[in-house]
Ligand binder design. Structure first.
Ligand code: SF4
Ligand code: SF4
Length: 436
């Protein structure tokens, strides 16, 4: 869709640069104030030094941030949809020595595209459905024990890929905070990143209002994406990563691991120095030596999944992971994001930090296999079932609130999808003889 109009837009880019003036939409408020301000900031601050362009395939193709800002035309679908090829990974923001925040601009353009009715790309239908399953009545579950003021929020990805690790993490947290509750739900970051601001605010706002109304003050996240969402939007709630809370814990039986690992900091944790350090301290406590690379901490690279860009421009987004793996040199990789772990595990030995904590020998022996769809959905239902059966609670809920129906599916279609998924999974497992 974007490629179809690229040649005409390259022309627009060059025309705008020749004029070398601020476009009218910046000066006369044609677009939303948040976007106009972002365009203006980038246009004024960016010196076109090309430092950020060097690593990013998206900028390499479409030009440095000032070029994109000065050429932006809010009435042109090409410019509105362009940022869906950007991973929103903030690498450009991290390397810029002039204080420019191109990622913020690209997110604002995504939001503008949704407001103008051209932001919903068919490539994102699967991602939107994934999110909607996570927030559905069948998959969500809140369990708050008596006196609960802290909840564990494991996130869709960890629960689906590592049900045992999710439950063990919760058990360990219970031993430290006896009244800790658990929330199985989606933080709706996909909608946030796709620019669907109203839907995100409605869904996330309803969730956090429920938590606050029931006395929750602190949220412990296992997924760096959930962490960022709660940190930025969880008004009235304190957010901490479980890595910060579990820091100092030993493997079962005090087993010590031996060797060196490289940590992959998820791009969403690029500026989260607290979690970055906690993860390294945890690994050292487990006995492992952490080696840093040119892509550690703030300079980390995206796994390619960020911002849903992999669905729109897979060839561009794959380049990030290829670059990162180029510096690994066969050393084991450790991540603290289940989605990143899955991406890198296809290419090189990669461990999730929580697997190393709870099942270290199996993880190092390569037995912690990545779970595939549709098993990830079944795992989430298994975790919910187990918790409902065993947890003593004062308050529970399954989520029935929805800000609006998914536009890409009829109501009936959505209900069939969510309702029949477990049946389909059961039939699949039976056909494979797993229950025999
Ligand atoms: S690094 Fe900063 S100043 Fe240089 S091109 Fe990128 S945004 Fe502009
Ligand atoms: S992909 Fe990352 S580095 Fe490239 S423009 Fe987007 S946020 Fe910046």
């Amino acid at each position: 869709m974007i490629l179809a109009t690229r040649s005409s837009c390259c022309h627009l880019l060059s025309v705008s640069l020749m004029k070398n003036v601020l476009p009218q939409h910046i000066e006369h408020g044609v677009c939303r104030p948040a976007l106009a301000n972002s365009l203006l900031r980038v246009s004024e601050q960016c010196t076109r030094c090309q430092r950020c362009v060097f690593e990013c395939a998206f900028l390499k193709q479409y030009g440095d941030p000032k070029t994109i800002a000065d050429s932006f035309d809010p009435d042109n679908r090409f410019f509105l949809q362009l940022p869906h090829e950007c991973n929103l990974c903030s690498h450009c923001t991290a390397v810029c020595s002039h204080g420019v925040d191109p990622k913020a601009l690209f997110l604002e353009i995504r939001r503008e595209s949704v407001v103008r009715g051209v932001g919903e790309l068919p490539e994102h239908n699967g991602l939107r459905r994934y999110e909607q399953v996570g927030t559905s009545q069948r998959y969500s579950w809140y369990g708050l024990p008596e006196g609960c003021d802290t909840v564990f929020f494991p996130g869709c990805s960890l629960t689906g890929s590592r049900p045992e690790t999710t439950l063990k993490s919760y058990e360990l947290l219970q031993s430290m905070i006896p009244s800790v509750g658990i929330v199985l739900d989606c933080c709706t970051k996909p909608s946030h990143d796709l620019g669907d601001e109203d839907y995100f605010q409605a869904m996330f706002g309803e969730m956090t209002a429920f938590l606050r109304e029931h006395g929750v003050k602190q949220v412990l996240t296992a997924c760096p994406n959930c962490y960022e969402v709660f940190k930025d939007y969880g008004e009235g709630l304190t957010t901490r990563s479980v890595y910060e809370v579990l820091n100092g814990r030993q493997c079962p039986g005090g087993v010590k691991l031996v060797g060196s690992v490289i940590v992959h900091d998820p791009c969403v944790a690029r500026f989260d120095t607290t979690s970055q350090q906690a993860v390294r301290d945890m690994l050292e406590t487990l006995g492992l030596k952490v080696e840093e690379t040119e892509y550690s901490r703030e300079k980390t690279l995206c796994c390619g999944k960020g911002g849903g860009a992999g669905y729109v421009a897979p060839d561009k987004t794959r380049i990030w992971a290829t670059k990162l793996l180029g510096g690994v040199h066969n050393r084991p990789l450790v991540s603290y994001c289940a989605s990143c772990t899955k991406v890198f595990a296809k290419e090189t030995p990669t461990h999730h930090l929580l697997d190393l904590l709870f099942a270290p020998e199996g993880a190092l022996a390569g037995k912690a296999r990545e779970t595939r769809t549709p098993m990830t959905y079944l795992n989430r239902l298994k975790v919910k079932k187990q918790l409902r059966r065993t947890l003593s609670t004062a308050v529970t809920r399954e989520r029935t609130f929805h800000a609006r129906e998914l536009k890409t599916k009829s109501k009936l279609g959505k209900q069939l999808l969510i309702g029949l998924l477990p049946v389909a999974l059961g039939l699949l497992l039976l056909s494979r003889g797993i229950f025999s």
